[in-house]
Design a protein around this ligand. Sequence first.
Ligand code: ATP
Ligand code: MG
Length: 410
Amino acid sequence: MNDVLPGEAHLWEFLEDTVRAWLRAYGYRGIRTPVLERTELFVRSIGAATDIVEKEMYTFVDELNGESLALRPEGTAACVRAVIEHNLLYAGPQRLCYWGPMFRHERPQKGRYRQFHQVGVEALGFPGPDIDAEHLVMCARLWRRLGLDGIALDLNTLGDASARARYRARLVKHLERNEARLDADSKRRLHANPLRVLDSKNPDMKEIVEQAPRLADDLDETSLRQFEALQAMLRDATVEFRINTRLVRGLDYYNGAVYEWVSDRLGAQNAVCAGGRYDGLVEHIGGKPTPACGFAMGVERLLVLLKAGAAAAPRGADVYLLRQGAAAERYGARVAEQLREAGLSVVLHCGGGGFKSQMKKADTSGARFAVIVGDDEAASDVVSVKPLREAAQQIRASVAEAIDLIKGKA
Ligand code: ATP
Ligand code: MG
């Protein structure tokens, strides 16, 4: 679990601001659910034979009523629970989004934390594939807005429930034939959740996975047609993708299109975003049958990419305001408010001291401009402005001129 210190807070804020504007651009509305839910909700929605439910959840028994509660390991289950509980689908299909901390008791390693953050989107009540295309187009736009390249889209379809049942039977036969070579996890999953074996990260499983039968051979007509249509929409929108028939997603209630966005700059934990269709889930946890799809992205992994790239995240304020002298102290405080009134961000120097030591603070603050006031500036109602990120002359200007200059209008 990580502390986010002020030195990297600007990156978080840049990401939060960008994500918020991006979600609004597509008409997604926020939903905020508690960090704690009944353990049962996750067992039902994620599935018993999954990494998350088998070994990654932080659970405890509420002593008041003996109920088992869990820190949420992901956002979809709670979102769907809230939608059912508050009958939101009564008003028609819903485009929803969330941002927040998730908790998984994983072996600590690069890119895997026990508290991490996800941005997620769920669209409930849309049969697709137009909405599936919307989700992928919108992800592609977010990468552009964040200035990230090198994120590739892997796409597959899981077909409908009967296609998966047919495939499952063939896969189990194949795995049984190779049972002696399966690792402990895969042996356990062989009957409980055989599709998950294909997700195995263990290199020793690679050969068995490669030789496994193909889901594509069992697909139903409708799913195939939908998948074709989705691909056509992506081509129209010039979103590049590659079909990866090994991509299965571990959760029980996925069907139809599933996908992962992966970066080649993250090492082993290379997925930044994962999602797909889960038409069975709403009914499975007590609602009416409702088509649904969504995705979740890992915020910490996006931040790694942002740090690596030359991301345009502003590091400091627009202005560090220096002031020395009794009149300048009061005048400077007023000027700072005027600059803020004009929409600029201003760090007002506090704690006194000479101009030299104040200028050092201005430099290390990461601000773009120093605005300097002494008693003579205060007497003539002007300021001195000095750009800090480029070699340029300090100039005297009225407050209004200074505002234009800092905003790049002068
Ligand atoms: P994996 O198969 O790698 O364990 P997952 O299936 O558990 O992935 P999802 O549940 O689909 O991952 O989560 C969506 C995204 O959230 C991931 O693509 C990743 O970016 C991020 N994520 C998941 N678990 C963690 C974690 N422990 N720490 C940081 N980010 C995570
Ligand atoms: Mg995982």
